[in-house]
Design a protein around this ligand. Sequence first.
Ligand code: GP9
Ligand code: MN
Length: 633
Amino acid sequence: MNALKQIAKFIFRHIEIPILSSLLFIKMVWFAQETGIYFLTKDRIMVNIGEVILLFSIVLLFSRVSRLLVLFFIGFIGSFIIYADLVYFRYFGDLITTPVLSHSSQMGDISSSITELMYIRDFRFFIDIILVLVAYIILKIKKVKQYLMWKERLALLAVGLIAGLYMTITPINNYTEEYGTNLFVNTWSNVSVYNVIGHLGFHVFETQKYVRDNIINSPTLAEGEAEKIREWFDEHHEKLDEKTEYFGTGEGKNVMMIQLESYQDYLLGQSINGKEITPNLNDLADNAYRFTNFYHQVAQGRTSDAEFLTQTSLYPLPTGSVYVRYPTNTYDSLPSYFKDYDYSTTVYHSYEENFWNRSVIYPNYGFDEFVGKGDFEPGEIAGPFETLGDEGVFRRMVNDNVAQQPFYSFVVALTSHHPYYNIPSKYYDLDTKPFDGTIFAHYLHSAHYVDYAVGQLVDKMKKEGLWENTVLVVYGDHDSGIEFTEKHAKALGMDTDPVSLKNVQDKVPFIIRIPGMEDQGRTFDQSVGMIDVAPTLLHVLGKEKNAYHFGNNMFDMEDHLVPFRYGGYKKGDIYYDASLDGEIENGSCYDVSEKTEIGVEECVEEAKRTREILRMSDAVLNHNLIEKFKAQE
Ligand code: GP9
Ligand code: MN
């Protein structure tokens, strides 16, 4: 009896801790329920409970009455974070991050409607906290005696910390053992990070990353460096102002830009077992301009880097994605340019709106509207993400566009994403022998489906009267991740030597159609890259704009340097493969037209220039220089 009494007393001494910590966990469940994020896996539940236990263990350092005050603060901070995330999610479909908080211009849009996003029922997030505060005040007034019981509290603290750590670390380890640590470097989606490391863990991780990158290792800008970069842009503007026969040929027309997922250039113009892989893109190229040496320049940000390159003509970061690190910087983006000329601007992507932080960066780019996963009508599902297939996305876009002219529409297509399965079987009409069953065969089929979708798009544009008044740009976002081998090249009737194979790897298609031009069908062979898309488009639209763009005008016919983010480059026929150790001399230099390796000394000068350009672009991003330059204008 005595023992039972002791136990009851012991429980009573600490009862508020399990109650309040459970309530905090319940608030996490409410958040997941309302946002529709799937929460019910063993690991997700465990990591969140583990973190709650860790947080509340701290309370044991305090004796009863003061403990209530600490509980109030801890409970308030925890509940406030979850609730703030919920309100933010109701608007942006994502969790709050430090860059967003520290650049509250983004919040400008939301602050006026913030009260609309808060409901009376949300009060439940704070009831327990208020009760704790009331209890504290009563006990204080009644001068209730505090007890110490140091040993008991320290023992409980030890148990709490061990259990909390175990429950937090185990699920994270389970994830990294299976998928590696890439997610924590690239953070392609806040929700993905949250799923792995829990709600509180996400904010701890995200804040430490922000502090590490922006405060502790804050990139420094040497004296006079900003001025030098500005001068570089001034000189570059003179170059961009040179007119060609294509200047202004698309003036006043609508613009549609289609970014195809993982689409390699080698798919175009090729057949497998007698059948064209991309008949519709080939037809399009015959009625447009095709650049046969267009390179992707993406880094770890993959699709987001490709978008960033073409929309802003700045280079992606060496690690992580700019979309995640600098979503609120000032950019001379294509949509913002179109806004200046009263175009409507819309972006389409049939996946989660918060993936790659798009819901934050797109409004900053100047898109009026982002049509994301939740906004499409149900239609034919295709691709590994099991979302609306590209065909449906294109159709929706054209339907919208008819009433939006002049428009700038940008589609981030998705169906042909790695690992290239889940294409409806009726589109499997290529004979992929001898690759049947391999990832390469799946890749060809999914590329073939996307080509079909492009064909449907063109037909619909014609039907809806958009074909003759719309500049159409189609390009691929990056390589397929499948090594292009001798066997593949042979099957497609392409060069099989090692230099050609290397050169093919990072090439993606680039086609631009300017209606009304007589010389359509022309191909351009000079080396160009994604960085050049925005300046080229502005040239075609006939605008002389001193935009802070690093790219060149692809129509000026010059052999410009095409830097790759890892330090390699392509210029004319010269391809430089940088070495991972960063020593320029340890890289390899090739003459692609001769299909041979040449002395590295031939590449040193341009390799240095490549680094210089990337360094300048990094400085522009790290110090938000475009905002500063514009303020000086
Ligand atoms: C999903 C898509 C992912 O939104 O952008 O593409 P990825 O970055 O993996 O190429
Ligand atoms: Mn991609």
